[in-house]
Design a protein around this ligand. Structure first.
Ligand code: HEC
Length: 174
């Protein structure tokens, strides 16, 4: 599981999306949240560094595969076209069509979860945000740390919580 998350955070978002839609140099500056420890003391969570290697094409491709198979069912990436992933990650278009297009059969289409965000909000408690510019907004390390920071919390509606995004509606890595 840890490997999955690592490649995903380092690649699925940090690369597949930053490569196609933004800059990988987003400032993560603000740290990764605060939480209250078992003694009731507020602690600051340092961000972990996302292990992104833009020269490792196979790993980047794997990240795209993970993103499309595990995340794109809930999250759109409305500014990213499937064809752009094929181009940037050097994946033959026919393989993108076969393995990476889950909600459309047109390679020029943007990544769209094709579910009404309001309906999703009524299921999960919050709508899954569009992730096109997520790493630009939050920084690679924030996203990476977020994905590593889910924990079980029976007091939450879906039984999970997150150290970085307190009271996150749902676990993204279930
Ligand atoms: C079952 C639906 C679902 C799946 C699958 C899912 N997510 Fe999420 N995700 C959500 C929801 C809902 C939120 C909003 C949480 C909130 O704001 O409380 C969210 C929030 C996020 C955020 C934080 C956005 C922000 O800046 O606040 C990131 C990053 C994210 N998801 C990435 C991913 C990745 C990467 C995957 C694939 C491993 C994934 N998600 C899979 C539903 C999902």
């Amino acid at each position: 599981m840890n490997t999955l998350i690592k490649s995903l955070a380092g690649l699925g978002l940090g690369a597949a999306l930053t490569l196609t839609a933004g800059s990988a140099l987003a400032a993560g500056g603000g740290g990764c949240g605060t939480f209250t420890n078992a003694e009731g003391v507020e602690e600051h969570l340092a961000c972990s560094t996302a292990p992104i290697d833009f020269t490792n094409k196979g790993s980047l491709q794997n990240g795209a595969k993970i993103f499309m198979n595990y995340c794109a069912g809930c999250h759109s990436a409305q500014y990213v076209r499937h064809s752009r992933i094929a181009k940037d990650l050097e994946i033959p278009p026919e393989l993108v069509e076969k393995y990476l297009m889950v909600t459309t059969d047109q390679i020029g289409d943007h990544i769209n979860a094709e579910i009404d965000p309001e309906v999703q909000a009524s299921w999960f408690g919050a709508a899954p945000p569009d992730l096109s510019l997520e790493t630009r907004l939050r920084g690679d390390d924030w996203v990476y740390t977020y994905l590593l920071s889910f924990y079980e919390d029976p007091s939450r509606p879906w039984g999970a919580n997150n150290l970085v995004l307190a009271n996150a509606a749902i676990s993204c890595i279930a």
